[in-house]
Design a protein around this ligand. Structure first.
Ligand code: HSE
Length: 346
């Protein structure tokens, strides 16, 4: 199938997806019968452009790398805002990758609703809408007979949501436990190696793991959002922000880390949820001192890991990147290929 994409937001992740699609063009066509053109981009800071015949994405990437605005693209219609880009362009699939606000979910919720209402598929790495309204948005997509896919909201392109949806299908998932935030895992690893908390945080920001406001990482809010998402989407429950107990890593001192090391243990920020006998859910984000033989204890730096507790297989653990330009961009390709597969089967 050929997809006509519109990017809402054109930051690092959007550029990561663009690079992958350009570099893997032949493979994607040959192996999956998938091709895509980008007909529109609207970015709050970089400007917008629409050309129904498709944009030259090599040129767009070049523009962005050189700090030029998308507005400076030599042809096409300029000045469309995000909603006009969603509704009034020929795009059939909207790539929603604007700034994540996990507290309100906006403006991404408005974008995604508008796209689904207009009968367009949505692929997105935006956590906010999934934290706030996953169930309603998925229902709306179903009503409109379109897809809303968001593999990248947890563990970036390391398959977590699709793993449960497809590969582990048929299992009852009773809970999960994971290292869901790369920044804090990086900081804890580096502190164990002797770096100060402040220097490790600065380094995590330089490497692009941390959120725009890293408070969300170190206080456990980012991990909390992912616990809410996994509980609702994977465990099939309906919890909100307030239902998850939270403690970040800011109170973990160098001494705590050294003491743990002497005991053959390691601190990790763990997000978890477990279905209780009465059907309720117990969910939390907190630093946990793990013995070295716990599979999560050996997961270091910015790497994420997630164990699902399944009825047929027992614990199943996946380990991989949870952030990064290409790693998160790739999650959008997983989503697009899934839509391609579904539509090809129709
Ligand atoms: N700030 C997040 C992290 C990015 O450090 O894991 C991915 O959600």
């Amino acid at each position: 199938m050929h997809f006509k994409l519109a990017f809402i937001g054109y930051g690092t992740v959007a550029q990561g997806l663009t690079e992958i699609i350009l570099e893997k063009k032949e493979l994607l066509e040959k192996k999956y019968n998938f091709s895509a053109s980008v007909v529109a981009i609207s970015d709050f800071k970089k400007g917008s452009v629409y050309d129904e015949n498709g944009l030259d994405m090599e040129k767009i990437l070049d523009f962005v790398k050189n700090g030029k605005k998308i507005d400076e693209y030599p042809s096409g219609i300029k000045g469309y805002d995000s909603l006009k880009t969603i509704k009034d362009t020929g795009a059939d699939t909207i790539v929603e990758v604007t700034y994540t606000d996990v507290k309100t979910g906006e403006p991404a919720i408005t974008h995604i609703k508008a796209a689904l209402e207009a009968g367009k598929n949505v692929v997105s790495t935006n956590k906010g809408p999934v934290v706030k309204q996953a169930i309603d948005l998925l229902k709306l997509a179903k009503e409109k007979n379109v897809q809303y896919n968001f593999e990248g909201v947890v563990l970036a392109g390391t398959p977590a949501i699709n793993l449960v949806e497809y590969t582990l299908a048929g299992n009852q998932i009773n809970g999960f436990k994971g290292i869901l935030n790369g920044t804090t895992n990086y900081i804890l690893t580096k502190m164990e190696e002797g770096m100060t908390y402040e220097n490790a945080l600065t380094k995590a920001q330089e490497l692009g793991y941390a959120e725009a406001d890293p408070t969300g990482d170190v206080e456990g809010l980012d991990a909390l959002g992912k616990v809410v998402i996994l509980t609702n989407v994977v465990l099939g429950k309906n919890i909100g922000w307030q239902d998850v107990k939270r403690k970040g890593i800011t109170k973990i001192s160098k001494k705590d880390i050294e003491d743990a090391k002497l005991q053959g243990m390691r601190w990790k920020l763990i997000g978890s949820a477990e279905i209780q006998k009465d059907g309720s859910v117990k969910a939390s984000v907190k630093p946990v001192k793990l013995p070295m033989d716990d599979p999560l204890a050996g997961v270091n730096k910015a790497t994420n890991a997630l164990t699902f507790y399944t009825d047929e297989l027992g614990p199943v653990t996946i380990v991989g990147p949870g952030a990064g330009k290409r790693e998160t961009g790739f999650s959008l390709l997983i989503d697009l290929l899934n839509i391609n597969r579904k539509l090809s089967c129709k």
